[in-house]
Ligand binder design. Structure first.
Ligand SMILES: Nc1ncnc2c1ncn2[C@@H]1O[C@H](COP(=O)(O)OP(=O)(O)OP(=O)(O)O)[C@@H](O)[C@H]1O
Ligand SMILES: [Mg+2]
Length: 266
């Protein structure tokens, strides 16, 4: 058993390593402060809940971190690399992927095609591939298909692979969006309301998948209004209102914070 303690300590150090650091982010939309000096840190293997009333700035935070909108000021580092100012595609290649509140699948493509498009190693992406690397392209394509089918199987939707994404239930589309993040090789998944508006059994399925992500070396930020879901899967919860971080702590601590209770009673 000698060395076990050291291994555990190493694991703890690894576990708490900072993955994403966001500092003093500001974003105005006309007169609205969607992000007001917002700072937070996400560690490796953490599942963090981001809660707050409608219009608190939660989705804006995801939009800024993933390059879909530019902040007015502030900093964001992912594994010590600058994030702000990069394109969504570059940020995805760094290892941050997201699902949108209104999902953004390509509905007229099949489920499998949606997953294949998410892989980083797209065959034919480089000009050279088109002319000189057809054989390599074919090999990558086959490998990607196998990996895509394994991911769909893991999510329990492999039998839908050849259906149009549009023909899936809303819950299955949410699942597929998470699979696409995994296909992109994300180390940090930003999930904007992954269980909102779907049937209870699908909520269970999605929560089970989310809970298993840290074991695969992934960290997650979940935006949700469903406090029960947040309490079940999150190690830590951040509560924001009017663009500001109001408090953070365990789900229990945040749920009982007077500022949180007041905000939801207003
Ligand atoms: N592109 C935009 N243009 C103008 N205003 C915006 C834009 N995006 C967000 N806002 C405004 O910024 C504020 C924060 O919006 P955001 O979508 O981030 O809130 P949210 O916390 O995700 O809310 P919800 O829980 O309803 O999804 C809101 O007042 C919203 O109207
Ligand atoms: Mg939102």
């Amino acid at each position: 058993m000698k060395g076990q303690g050291a291994r555990d300590r190493t694991f703890c150090v690894l576990k708490m390593k900072e993955l994403l650091t966001v500092k003093n982010l500001n974003k105005h939309f006309d007169g609205i402060k969607a992000l007001d000096d917002f700072s937070c840190t996400i560690n490796q293997n953490e599942i963090v809940g981001l809660i707050g009333p409608n219009g608190a700035g939660k989705s804006t935070l995801f939009n800024v971190i993933t390059g879909f909108i530019q902040s007015d000021s502030g900093l964001a580092h992912f594994k010590e690399r600058k994030v702000l100012g990069k394109s969504p595609n570059k940020i995805s290649k760094l290892g941050i992927s997201r699902i949108f509140q209104n999902l953004r699948l390509i509905r007229q493509m099949t489920v499998l095609e949606n997953v294949l498009l998410s892989f980083k190693n797209q065959p034919g992406e480089e000009l050279g591939n088109i002319f000189f690397k057809q054989k390599l392209s074919g090999k990558i394509e086959n490998e990607n298909r196998t990996r895509a089918m394994a991911l769909l199987k893991g999510a329990g939707i492999a039998e839908k692979a050849n259906d149009l994404a549009n023909n899936m239930s809303y819950g299955q589309q949410k699942l597929l969006s998470i699979v696409c993040c995994l296909a992109a090789g994300a180390e940090l998944l930003l999930l904007d309301e992954p269980v909102a508006g779907i049937a209870p059994e699908m909520i269970e399925k999605i929560l089970t998948i989310i809970t298993g992500l840290p074991q695969q070396g992934k960290a997650v930020i979940i935006i949700e209004h469903n406090m029960d879901a947040i309490s079940r899967v999150c190690n830590r919860v951040v509560f924001m209102d009017a663009g500001q971080k109001v408090c953070e702590g365990t789900p229990e601590e945040v749920r009982n914070d007077p500022q949180v209770i007041e905000a939801y009673l207003d």
